[in-house]
Design a protein around this ligand. Sequence first.
Ligand SMILES: Nc1ncnc2c1ncn2[C@@H]1O[C@H](COP(=O)(O)OP(=O)(O)OP(=O)(O)O)[C@@H](O)[C@H]1O
Ligand SMILES: [Mg+2]
Length: 347
Amino acid sequence: MLKLQQEQRRVKGILASMVDAVLVVDTQARISLANKPAEDLFLVSEGDLEGKRLEDINCDEEICSMIHQVLTTGKEVFTETTIKPTTQIFRVRVVPIKDPDDQVEAAVAVFHDVTEARNFDQMRSGFVANVSHELRTPLTSIKGFVETLLDGAMENSDTCRRFLSIIEAETDRLTRLIDDLLSLSSIESKERTLHLQPVCLVRSMRSIMNIMGPQISEKNLHVEFIYPQNLPRIHADEDLLGQVLINLLDNAIKYTPPHGKIIIRCRRRDSRIIISFTDTGVGIPRESLPRVFERFYRVDKARSRKYGGTGLGLAIVKHIVESHGGEVFVDSEVGRGSTFGASFLAV
Ligand SMILES: Nc1ncnc2c1ncn2[C@@H]1O[C@H](COP(=O)(O)OP(=O)(O)OP(=O)(O)O)[C@@H](O)[C@H]1O
Ligand SMILES: [Mg+2]
């Protein structure tokens, strides 16, 4: 008797230490053992499963019939299913326990949560679909122009030059897309270690403004840069910080019509330094705001494409800023303009 109690304690101990939910159901369809994750799964309080009949608990119909099937046939079954009311996906395995005469004594149901793995699979296949689509678009266009050239358009040197420059632009787009993907994956995989050092944000911003000078004057944009005296330096990887500033300024330029205005502001808030870019551009609809930092998300695909956009710029910005312990933000109104910004830790 003592030995039996000891054995039961052991079984309970093992079940309690499991992450998976476990139910043991006897031949009368009565629950003889259940662990804490099982109680959480069926939304009952401690000890409320044991002794109950399967029909009396809030058990999924499919699971119930699987358990009955195992109790009658003695053969194990498994499935993958969402268990209501949760949205979690479980791999459920039900196996029989048999006595020495090979008679079924009980059924053990184990619920293994595979939600994260399945969501990851879905995200990955979505990403692959996106990348393939983005790669195919310029390739289709290149192939089309090459075919037209070979079909005779080559004879006319003006047409030939025009088509070749389109092909060149599409090739540049492909290169940019691949560069952006590589830079995103290297930041994500943490394979690139951050070379953090004290950086003067104002100086970095000035040098980016110089680089973008030609685009700014071409569109006759008025750019103002406002910052307080004695702004502390920030902890940053200078190259990556440059990518953030260039992407945000590039967007402000791209999505603002000629003669518009861009205000770049640096300010201090407690231990953080915030930089923001406010433009008088096309703006972003409210429902798109939560999505603009997603990879490949573009409010207006045609407009973005026209400027050679890949839709990865802001995803890269978000990754870099977050890997520095900072945050990104956006506010915008259609037709009035947008403000994009990022915070960094002050030295
Ligand atoms: N300042 C802005 N004003 C209006 N819309 C913007 C602004 N910045 C970004 N957007 C919107 O957010 C989308 C995503 O921006 P993101 O920088 O990630 O991609 P992109 O500019 O299209 O391409 P690229 O990869 O070349 O930067 C843009 O396509 C655009 O619709
Ligand atoms: Mg961009």
